[in-house]
Ligand binder design. Sequence first.
Ligand SMILES: CC(C)(COP(=O)(O)OP(=O)(O)OC[C@H]1O[C@@H](n2cnc3c(N)ncnc32)[C@H](O)[C@@H]1O)[C@@H](O)C(=O)NCCC(=O)NCCS
Ligand SMILES: Nc1ncnc2c1ncn2[C@@H]1O[C@H](COP(=O)(O)OP(=O)(O)OP(=O)(O)O)[C@@H](O)[C@H]1O
Length: 200
Amino acid sequence: MTRPLLIGLTGSIGMGKSTVADMFERAGVPVFDADKEVRAMQGPGGELVPAIEAEFPGSTGDEGVLRDALGQQVFGDPEALGRLEAIVHPAVAKRRGAFLIEHAGQDMVVFDIPLLFEKGGHEAVDVVVVVSAPAQTQRERVLARPGMTPDKFAHILTLQVPDAEKRERADYVIDTGTPLAETEASVRTLIDHLRDQGRS
Ligand SMILES: CC(C)(COP(=O)(O)OP(=O)(O)OC[C@H]1O[C@@H](n2cnc3c(N)ncnc32)[C@H](O)[C@@H]1O)[C@@H](O)C(=O)NCCC(=O)NCCS
Ligand SMILES: Nc1ncnc2c1ncn2[C@@H]1O[C@H](COP(=O)(O)OP(=O)(O)OP(=O)(O)O)[C@@H](O)[C@H]1O
């Protein structure tokens, strides 16, 4: 039985993963967005909220997980981050399995996974696509976000496989340092190329 080509989409903080994932979606390729799933499960009434409250008392409220507060507890404390990941990652894996069953008839699907290399997910996909932009562009994008500080940005970078290594390990790199229209054209070209390969 044929199955969809599994495309892993990743990139460091602020490199444009979500934006590029939207481009795949607009081109008709179903996208599993790991961050979105995490947010849904951590949001109001989310299935992970009780377990996170039990492990990190005071880190949730009526609106679900208080992300800034929890981030302050776990970014900077590897042991605490590990405990959070042990709650979150198995639940994401379950949802990923359900997504795959739902889209089993497609020719390709995208998994938008921030920690694809860090957590070994690259071994479970057929093709790895890395989004990347110059470090200065990345820095400007990230520091423009509310609540972000140079220290927090620097720390998150230490938790992630460096951009240069990601680029080296990628099957394809999508450049996001260019105007959006150019990036979207590269995404369309890549999809056509993968379809052609699938036929040959
Ligand atoms: C701690 C939380 C609540 C903070 O939320 P917040 O909205 O403030 O930050 P956000 O999720 O946008 O993350 C900011 C940046 O840190 C990176 N990041 C998040 N979690 C991790 C992690 N476990 N390891 C390395 N980088 C991470 C993200 O990729 C992003 O680039 C949240 O990041 C979380 O629940 N993380 C653990 C789950 C996880 O591993 N998610 C990422 C992959 S699914
Ligand atoms: N050519 C481009 N491709 C992608 N994004 C671009 C481009 N030009 C400008 N941007 C902007 O850069 C930002 C990228 O943010 P995005 O949320 O997509 O990054 P991300 O990699 O998903 O971040 P994080 O890992 O922190 O969740 C967006 O505001 C987007 O509009």
